[in-house]
Design a protein around this ligand. Structure first.
Ligand code: AMP
Ligand code: MG
Length: 425
């Protein structure tokens, strides 16, 4: 991508609309609908490779030179032409000089001669095979070893890692530390990446005190969701934008959403997202934005309010911190990844034997705060009460119980998804 950064179009206003008559949506359907509704929304920019960790490639990274660029030695030893060797003890005269990494041998090695060679050194002309120094004796200007040696032993072919013109990393790949090694090894000093997704976070509720340092009356509680959601966004390598807290006042919420739509690519709100009297976020989005209240068959989590506000997607998360986290991990994370250009992501869980008992009715998928005990069995937090924020910290992941009925007893395999698999850190 060259020239002025391109900014893709904003979302269509009706992108989150559910078909008429749809009531409860299974989690999987909700995810599929979300995936279909979204597209990348950030433009691209060029950044130095060393500063690109966490960024998402907007273009394929193509090798402009092979790695290694020339055949070289994989060990310290002695190099020679394989054709001149055979079975039994070989005694080859050593040429003057040596080949070392960064200090190529000047000249050619004649067939039947050998040269001292060190790891990483380009194979001199005439050398195609290297014998390990531990397998040699040297003296009187000669090297001796036991043949046969396999042709091209202990050498690396040009381009055996990555060949010139080959795809090194595809567009949409989020760069991690080893990827910076690969790009740098290929001499790619800068990369074209998507601009970081700006994620606005807004808390709502008359009872909420925005800052934990501030005094709170007994009917007031400190805002737990905003720091959590901002930290999630930065942990996912997005640019968090603190939109603060507003009371349950439609005008104030609208003003803050205006600011969010101006300064952010996506907004996460928490609180007031349900359909009750005090659910001001969903009321406002219904009146002024384009709201689709998705009744997702999920526990914990009430309807997830999905809307656009001036073309910017708004995720109305539940106020309850446990439900807010679960909805953020299950729905917002893959959606944000798609918006950011990195494509849809699904967390990788694994089966672990349950360390608990639970009989589950059909109809809703459930996520339980869980961790693995020393035996590698999944134990769940003592209380399923969704107000128990301490359980989120106690846990190291979630157990996902299927939509259908389940009768779990100790030893039953359950799906454990570590926090790390959600990119949570
Ligand atoms: P709501 O979704 O607004 O009905 O809120 C559900 C529950 O979550 C209520 O008990 C709220 O007080 C609580 N809650 C809402 N927002 C937050 C927040 N930012 N931090 C902690 N608790 C909250
Ligand atoms: Mg509320």
């Amino acid at each position: 991508m060259t020239g002025a950064p391109l900014t893709p179009p904003r979302l269509r206003d009706d992108c989150f609309a559910m078909p008429q008559g749809v009531d409860w949506v299974p989690v999987q359907d909700a995810l599929s609908r979300l995936r279909a509704a979204l597209h990348p929304v950030t433009g691209a920019e060029t950044v130095p490779t060393h500063a690109a960790r966490g960024r998402v490639l907007a273009d394929d990274a193509i090798a402009t030179r092979s790695n290694p660029p020339r055949p070289n030695s994989a060990v310290d030893g002695y190099g020679f032409a394989h054709a001149a060797t055979g079975v039994g003890v070989m005694r080859l005269p050593l040429v003057q000089g040596r080949a070392a990494a960064g200090q190529p041998f000047d000249g050619a090695v004649a067939s039947g001669e050998a040269v001292r060679i060190l790891t990483g050194a380009i194979l001199p002309d005439g050398v195609d095979t290297v014998v390990l120094e531990e397998d040699c004796a040297t003296g009187a200007g000669h090297v001796a070893f036991d043949g046969p040696i396999r042709p091209r032993a202990n050498t690396r072919k040009a381009g055996e890692d990555v060949a010139e013109g080959q795809l090194a990393l595809p567009a949409g790949h989020r760069l991690r530390a080893p990827d910076l090694a690969l790009l740098s090894a290929l001499g790619l000093g800068q990369v074209t990446v998507f601009r970081p997704l700006r994620v606005g976070v807004l808390s709502t509720g008359d009872e909420i005190i925005a800052e934990p340092g501030a005094p709170a009356l007994p009917h007031q509680i400190w805002d737990a969701n905003r720091p959590m959601l901002l930290a999630l966004a930065s942990g996912w390598d997005y640019a968090p934008v603190d939109l603060g807290h507003v009371n349950d006042d439609p005008a104030a919420i609208a003003a803050r959403l205006d600011a969010g739509a101006r300064d952010c690519d996506v907004v996460l709100t928490s609180g007031g997202a349900s359909a009750g009297d005090e659910d001001h976020v969903s009321a406002l989005l219904r009146a002024r934005g384009t709201l689709s209240a998705w009744r997702i068959a999920l526990k914990p989590g009430r309807p997830l309010a999905l809307a656009t506000w001036n073309g910017v997607p708004v995720f109305g998360l539940p106020g309850n911190p446990v439900a807010a986290l679960v909805c953020a991990l299950i729905f917002a994370r893959p959606a944000l990844s798609l918006l950011a250009g990195a494509g849809w992501v699904a967390p990788q869980g694994f089966a672990a034997p349950a360390a608990f008992s639970k009989r589950k009715k059909p109809g809703r998928r459930e996520y339980l705060r869980a961790r693995l005990n020393n035996a590698g069995h999944a134990e769940v937090f003592a209380s399923e009460g969704s107000g128990r924020i301490s359980g989120l910290s106690w846990a190291t992941g979630l157990v996902e119980l299927p939509d259908g009925a389940a009768d779990i007893t100790p030893g039953t395999p359950v799906r454990f998804i570590p926090y790390e698999a959600f990119g949570l850190r």
